[in-house]
Design a protein around this ligand. Sequence first.
Ligand SMILES: [Zn+2]
Length: 231
Amino acid sequence: MYFRKKNLLKCIPAAVLCASISMGSAFAADNSVQTLSELPAAGQTMLTGMLATAAKTAIGSIGTTEEMTKVKEDLAAEEAARKAAEEAAKKAAEEAARKEAEQARLAALQYVPTYGRTVTRSSAYGVTETITANGQAMGNFKLTFYCACSSCSGGYGANTATGTQCVEGRTIAVDPSVIPLGSKVYIEGFGDFIAEDTGGAIKGNKIDIYLSDHDRCYELGVAYADVYRMS
Ligand SMILES: [Zn+2]
């Protein structure tokens, strides 16, 4: 058995070593085999087939590696495109939501609110395209704050010049020759108000914003902001 196998191995290229070992029993019966052509026909066919398969596999694996590289690149490009599209859709959705909220806020101004809100300076009240498109730019105003105390209101208390009651988040005092009373006003950084009060010191580009609490008038102090008349 040893010699038979040794003789066979001498004559067959190293590449088919494995094949010959696995096929050992097929040739074991004939110890005179010296070359491939001397193998039985069935053995020749099997070896030729195995060599061809091995070659195909080798060539195929090279092709597959190149293909895999390309597939990986394609996948990376697709992923990048998908992420870009996702990002764009997200931005569009955020923009749409922002505009919708803005429209809702402006629509709410069509009804003079009888409620108020706590006035704070916030970047949420920026000057947006909707504001500039729908409002009349009145210029930059000096903003001050007042409450119903005698120090702030000189005895008028919470009664406005137009006969309404002051409400924080709604009431502002203006110079009526600059901003007509009853106007809906958008103040950058502070939001929407109704021009429904006046004041002895409120002349020209000045707005006094009503707050329900005197201490907060001091806290907010003085500010400057762009103002838009919305209606
Ligand atoms: Zn006060």
